[in-house]
Design a protein around this ligand. Structure first.
Ligand code: MLT
Length: 410
């Protein structure tokens, strides 16, 4: 008799974005003539950078010839991509890594979900609230979350760090120590950022308390303001306490191509029950070599190409396109009297629902009455109640039309 991992049974029926997709599909079936604008899931709409497309074509050609064909690649990623990452994403900020500290993968969702494999089940976990649901769900699966209080929407073993307009979306350092804390900046879902001084508080806390920070920087390419930190390693001491996740999905339109990377510095250690310090880099390497056979060569060549001069220019253009969407949307929503956060250094707008309307209710109303899809804030955690998230990843015309519809509707 095979026993199931019963922690899976503790999870809500479906993943947030699958749940939303189901609701939208139901609407489509019952209203086949309505044209819906989807600003719900943070999926990109603009084509890949030309440099990446050319690199992929070239890589496919290489695959057609015996002399240049590639089979299994290194599980950690090809050096040509890792070197480009170190040279372009870190060195200009005065941060240096060896190639064995960077692990290329099929995206930050996989890595932030899988990182729990190398961490003990008894760790206490802190999370900002609202939060990217992968962090919560994967900790539930790993048996670290405890039980769900259906009334509050909170898991008993998770320390929630509320981020709301009342605290300017800045999580307070927890009163009690936690072993692991998840931070995502620029933030999904609120679109807000942490200043260097705030981030330093977290690094100092982690160093003092022997806490591991899991830092998701998937949206760093959207930072527009100079003083906002792009990497946690800009803070002194972070190599001793933090893992950083990055993604090409939002940076270069790779949501369908799949590529990201995770930095696990050699200086970073955690402990065994006996008190022995162990390098997390070794464990992650072991995990990846066992369970992952590397990102495809073609994909890695596409990712490498974003660091070429043309690639950089093309990425900049696309990001500027989305951030112009964000500006149009922010202004459009504010003109209707809504309170809007984010959208300045991130492609997400975090909108306060009017008159205390619940997130799911507002989501349904906006879908049925304005035919615009958002993501209910409470889907990201209890502190998201009373908010809705809109993404700026849509097509320009759709964003403009969505604002027109919302304006006419409210
Ligand atoms: C989101 O909408 O939050 C993102 O698309 C999720 C993701 O990147 O997996």
């Amino acid at each position: 008799m095979a026993l199931v991992n019963e922690h899976f049974l503790e999870l809500p029926g479906s993943y947030l974005f699958s749940d939303i997709a189901k609701k939208v599909n139901t609407f489509k079936v019952t209203h086949p003539k309505q044209d819906i604008i989807r600003l719900g899931i943070g999926d990109v709409t603009q084509p890949l950078p030309k440099a990446s497309i050319e690199a992929m074509h070239k890589a496919v050609e290489e695959m057609t010839r015996k002399e240049t064909f590639r089979g299994y690649g290194p599980e950690q990623g090809y050096d040509f991509l890792i070197e480009a990452i170190i040279k372009n994403d870190y060195a200009p900020r005065g941060i240096y890594f060896s190639t064995s500290e960077v692990f290329v993968s099929d995206g930050a969702k996989s890595d932030t979900g899988n990182i729990g494999d190398i961490l003990g089940q008894d760790n206490s976990v802190g999370m900002t609230d609202p939060v990217y649901p992968v962090y919560i769900d994967s900790n539930v699966m790993g048996g670290r979350a405890g039980t769900l209080d259906a009334g509050t929407g909170r898991w008993s073993n998770i320390t929630y760090l509320p981020c709301t307009s009342e605290n300017d979306f800045t999580p307070a350092i927890p009163q009690k120590r936690v072993d692991i804390v998840y931070l995502c900046y620029p933030n999904n879902p609120t679109g807000t950022t942490l200043s260097k001084a705030e981030l330093k508080k977290w690094v100092d806390y982690a160093l003092e308390n022997d806490t591991l920070i899991l830092y998701d920087a998937a949206y760093e390419a959207y930072i527009q303001e100079k003083e906002v930190p792009h990497s946690i390693y800009e803070i002194k001491g972070a190599k001793k306490c933090a893992i950083e996740f990055r993604s090409f999905s939002k940076t270069a339109g790779f949501t369908g191509v799949r590529c990201g990377y995770t930095v696990v510095p050699k200086e970073l250690t955690a402990t065994t029950l006996k008190g022995e310090r162990v390098q997390l880099n070794k464990l992650w390497n072991r995990r990846q070599c066992t369970k992952f056979n590397g990102t495809s060569y073609i994909t890695q060549r596409a990712a490498e190409a974003i660091y070429s001069a043309e690639g950089k220019e093309q990425v900049k253009e696309t990001i500027s396109y989305y951030m112009t969407n964000a500006k149009i949307m922010k202004e459009g929503l504010e003109a209707t009297g809504l309170k809007v956060y984010g959208g300045v250094n991130a492609p997400y707008l975090w909108v306060k629902t009017p008159n205390g309307t619940g997130s799911w209710r507002f989501f349904e109303q906006m879908l049925y009455e304005a035919n615009v899809v958002g993501t209910p804030g409470v889907g990201f955690g209890p502190s998201g109640e009373g908010y809705i998230r809109l993404t700026a990843f849509g097509d320009r015309d759709d964003c403009v039309e969505a604002m027109r519809r919302i304006k006419n509707w409210l």
